[in-house]
Ligand binder design. Structure first.
Ligand SMILES: Cc1cc2nc3c(=O)[nH]c(=O)nc-3n(C[C@H](O)[C@H](O)[C@H](O)COP(=O)(O)OP(=O)(O)OC[C@H]3O[C@@H](n4cnc5c(N)ncnc54)[C@H](O)[C@@H]3O)c2cc1C
Length: 330
């Protein structure tokens, strides 16, 4: 591990100022469940690490007139136990699906949204795009866990965030502060993630000197149902191979509108508008959920070794829809 300065701010503005130093060669530390791993292996090499854990304003869940604000330091265990979040069942289910005790007690919602990819080339020092001498190692190497959508450019990893698909299906926004100390913006979460074109870019819109402070979730309306489904390997860590989160607005059993968001299949969470189009005006049945799953994957572009993920993504969409319609147990 390379040496770095450690900073321990008490306010959002102080954190932003500390992050702006060293030409932005700085890193945010939250629960540290992933960042420490990256620091130890010199995969990220900041000159200063800014620990945000003592910023009180980033903790807890606050009711607001149109929903709730969930602090970036909210841990997975907090999500499971916080009474105000129990109406957000699909979010609670994501936290519940993570079984690693350390990740549950220390891993934070903000850290999950900003997680760097799990791509083994990235994690072994070949950069964000997994390249050597300008050539993609992913395209011709091990790519069985990689993207089946949005993979025509140099980025072929999958977005690592577990919560983002469920939050996007909820219509969540993120509150961002920086790079000026009092600069605040609220951004719909679907616009937060980016597909980098060079290894110097980030996987989110965050610039040096910016942090995520909160996620905003709208008030849970009872005519809208939400559900999610993960398809996992039977052994190993509980990262899904494909996941889907849905939000369905119905009237008298007929779908009026929906959001269908896939995870672990593209460099960003992947919204399927084609799948929504097949559902609107129909009831959710085995057949319509299957048709939506088919539509969701119709434009997939699998790599040499990950064709199998197309079927997993199809199944995740179908199951999430059947769950939202109460036709499968949650
Ligand atoms: C061995 C191992 C096993 C894991 N297993 C699982 C698993 O089974 N399931 C699962 O879902 N996840 C798993 N994770 C992933 C991860 O640790 C968690 O998802 C966790 O939520 C990350 O939160 P954190 O607070 O610890 O993030 P940190 O490690 O502190 O940070 C993660 C990244 O986000 C950035 N960051 C953190 N907070 C902010 C913020 N507020 N604003 C801007 N940037 C920020 C950091 O700079 C860093 O790049 C695993 C990680 C490791 C290393």
């Amino acid at each position: 591990m390379r040496p770095f300065e450690y900073a321990n701010p008490r306010s959002e503005a102080e954190a932003v100022e500390l992050l702006n130093a060293h030409d932005g060669h700085t890193a945010v530390l939250a629960g540290g469940t992933d960042l420490f791993n990256l620091l130890q292996r010199d995969i990220v090499t900041p000159q200063r690490v800014v620990d945000i854990k003592n910023i009180e304003s980033l903790r807890g869940v606050t009711p607001v007139s149109d929903g709730v604000l969930v602090g970036a330091l909210t841990t997975l265990d907090d999500i499971l136990s916080e009474p105000m979040l129990q109406d957000y069942a699909s979010l609670v289910q994501v936290a519940d699906a993570v079984h690693a005790i350390q990740v549950r007690s220390n891993g934070t919602l903000g850290g999950d949204l900003c997680l760097l990819p799990n791509c083994w080339y990235f994690r072994n020092g070949y950069g964000l795009l997994g390249q050597e001498d300008g050539h993609s190692l992913v395209a011709e190497g091990r790519n069985d866990n990689h993207a089946i959508f949005g993979n025509r450019g140099p980025a072929k990893f999958v977005s690592a965030s577990r919560f983002a698909p469920a939050l996007i299906a909820w219509g969540a926004k993120v509150r961002i502060v920086g790079p000026e100390p009092n600069q605040v913006s609220m951004l719909p979460l679907e616009y937060f993630f980016v597909t980098p074109k060079t290894s110097e870019q980030n996987v989110t819109v965050l610039q040096p000197g910016q942090i995520v402070t909160h996620s905003w979730l709208p008030t849970a309306a009872h005519h809208i149902t939400r559900a999610r489904s993960d398809v996992l390997q039977l052994e190993g860590l509980d990262w899904p191979l494909a996941a889907a989160s849905v939000c369905v607005e119905s009237s008298a059993g007929i779908v009026k509108d929906a959001r269908i968001v896939l995870g672990q299949v593209a460099p960003t969470p992947w919204s399927s508008f084609d799948a929504v189009a097949t559902l609107v005006g129909k009831e959710i049945t085995e057949a319509t959920a299957q048709a939506a799953g088919d539509a969701a994957v119709a434009k997939a572009t699998p790599l040499s070794d990950n064709e199998y993920k197309v079927q997993l993504a199809r199944t995740a969409v179908k199951r999430a829809l059947l769950r939202a319609a109460g036709q499968l147990p949650t």
